[in-house]
Structures are given as structure tokens and as C-alpha cells.
Design a protein around this ligand. Structure first.
Ligand code: THU
Length: 142
């Protein structure tokens, strides 16, 4: 991943913090999902008074993209913090990792965890979800 592209994704994820709908936790999360064609789909977390319908920022970005016909992805950047203050990484929850597993090659898909353009780390999906269950597991044995 080129530095300027990573920085562009970090900017896009941080920009999404202002749309975070998080009146219950106060924890704002922003995500920027890079498609193979270079397009960036953004997302924020969307909470709910009934709690369980809450949607994470990463899944918002994935569902926006998939609902527009996009199925090929390169990377996602995630930022988050209480009241939108970024002090440490906001790693994706297990459900979001599983959604990534549905559409992405775990050895190639990159997850950028950032606090700022100066402080970030890049992981593969495989590093964050080793031995994940994916579409390949449902294929008929030959
Ligand atoms: N959250 C995300 O948006 N992404 C994650 O991967 C972890 C958690 C949101 C859900 C909820 O609105 C808030 O952070 C606190 O859990």
C-alpha cells in the first residue's frame, strides 16, 4: 500500500466521524473502504435505542458498496474513539471481520488501523482473523 493512498483513506475515515450516530455509547467510528477499481466507500457506526440493530462503521461501508454492485476490495481504514477523540486503534469487531471474510481474500485484504496520518499500522485480514470461515468452505468437495 502506497503511503499517499493510505493517508487518503485515513482522511476519509476521519471525515466520517462527524456522521457517526452514537448517542448511546458516545464512541464514534469511521471507515473508508477501497474497492479494486479505486473507488472509496465510506461508513460510520449507526446505533439504535434497541441496541442490537446497531451497525458498525465497517459494515456500513461494506453494505453501501455491495448494494451498489461492488464485490472486489483492496483495503479498509478504520478510526474510532470516545467522543470522536482518537487516542488508540479501533480494531474491527468479530462480526465485521466475518463480513470482510465474505468478500475479501484474507491473505491480500489490508486493514489500516489509524490514530492519525502519522500513526497507523497495516494488517492483513488473515492476521486479524486466522483460519476464518468463508465462502470457500461451502464449496462441494470434488
Ligand atoms: N463499533 C464499530 O463501528 N466498529 C467496530 O468494529 C467496533 C464497534 C461501534 C459500534 C458501537 O456503535 C460503538 O462502536 C461501541 O461499540
Amino acid at each position: 500500500m502506497q503511503k499517499d493512498l493510505a493517508e487518503k483513506m485515513i482522511d476519509a475515515a476521519i471525515e466520517m466521524l462527524r456522521f457517526s450516530y452514537s448517542p448511546y455509547s458516545g464512541f464514534k467510528v469511521g471507515a473508508a473502504l477501497l474497492a479494486e477499481n479505486g473507488k472509496i466507500y465510506t461508513g460510520c457506526n449507526i446505533e439504535n435505542a434497541a441496541y442490537t440493530p446497531t451497525n458498525c462503521a465497517e459494515r456500513t461501508a461494506f453494505f453501501k458498496a455491495v448494494s451498489e454492485g461492488e464485490h472486489d476490495f483492496k483495503a479498509i481504514c478504520i478510526v474510532g474513539g470516545k467522543d470522536g477523540v482518537l487516542t488508540e486503534y479501533a480494531p474491527p469487531c468479530g462480526v465485521c471481520r466475518q463480513v470482510m471474510m465474505e468478500f475479501c481474500d484474507p491473505e491480500k485484504f489490508l486493514i489500516i488501523l489509524a490514530v492519525s496520518k502519522e500513526k497507523y499500522d497495516i494488517f492483513t485480514l488473515k492476521e486479524l482473523l486466522p483460519l476464518g470461515f468463508g465462502p470457500g468452505n461451502l464449496k462441494m468437495p470434488k
